[in-house]
Design a protein around this ligand. Structure first.
Ligand code: SAH
Length: 235
């Protein structure tokens, strides 16, 4: 298994990931636990992969990019929107952050909460709810990471970001999003930097319990080629 992980590391290095702490996370965290057993072979390839509830585990390269843009420091309090498989949350925890992560799909929330307990990441705090609301009970956060494609920067999340904090959020339409690094200055003003195009599953309002109302509206797109965390290859 180590051979495959080393291979993934050299692939990430060749794509420009240089932070050794992040590379160590990919070496140490058993990514095959985050995919269904039958697909374990895919765990160390640099691709996004389907998980439960029509969602995906992000491509390793995307996880590495989002993590480096967060500029994680030991002890940072980080809110992640979109727990999904839980892998990204573990990378942040591996770097010494205190992680809160929210998932809107109830089944995924239960499955991933249990997995994190089982593999020694029980200190990651999993929450079931609508990420648009953030987690006001635990705010402010030093960093906020959104792992679903948003159409704009949610005001609630900006409010829950501490002055001096960083939010990383892909913003665009349903097909392609721009990876934004949002800096909230000490005086509360905001500056954004753009880091290229990615494609994520959509940042949806509400929780899965409310989806019956939404399915008719959304079903036209739900099986489209939205493929979480796949960097769009322009070449
Ligand atoms: N970070 C994940 C990637 C998950 S894909 C990983 O490492 O595997 C994006 C996730 O965002 C999906 O699980 C989706 O259900 C979730 N999501 C979408 N909209 C949301 C919202 N409003 N609140 C919380 N989670 C949301």
């Amino acid at each position: 298994m180590k051979g495959k992980r080393e291979q993934l590391l050299s692939e990430l290095r060749s794509k420009g990931i240089t932070d050794e702490r992040i590379l160590q996370a990919f070496l140490q965290i058993p990514r095959h636990f985050f995919l269904d057993k039958a697909f374990g072979d895919w765990a160390y390839k640099d691709v996004a992969f389907p998980i439960d509830a029509d969602q995906t585990i992000s491509q390793p390269y995307t996880v590495a990019v989002q993590t480096s843009l967060l500029e994680v420091k030991k002890g940072d309090k980080i809110l992640e929107i979109g727990t999904g498989s839980g892998f990204q949350a573990c990378v942040l925890a591996f770097l010494g952050a205190k992680v809160y992560t929210i998932e809107r799909q109830e089944s995924l929330y239960h499955k991933t909460s249990k997995l994190l307990q089982d593999i020694g990441f029980g200190h990651v705090r999993t929450l079931f709810g609508d990420g648009y609301q953030g987690a006001p009970r635990f705010a402010p956060f030093d960093k906020i990471l959104v792992t679903a494609g948003a159409t704009d920067i949610p005001v609630n999340l900006l409010e829950q970001l501490a002055p001096g904090g960083i939010m990383v959020i892909p913003v665009g339409d349903e097909y392609v999003q721009d990876m934004l690094q949002v800096f909230k200055k000490a005086d509360g003003t905001v500056e954004t930097k753009s880091h290229g195009e990615f494609r994520f599953v959509p940042f949806l309002p509400g929780t899965s319990n409310q989806d019956v109302k939404n399915t008719t509206k959304k079903s036209g797109n739900s099986n489209s080629d939205q493929n979480t965390g796949n960097k769009i290859m322009l070449e």
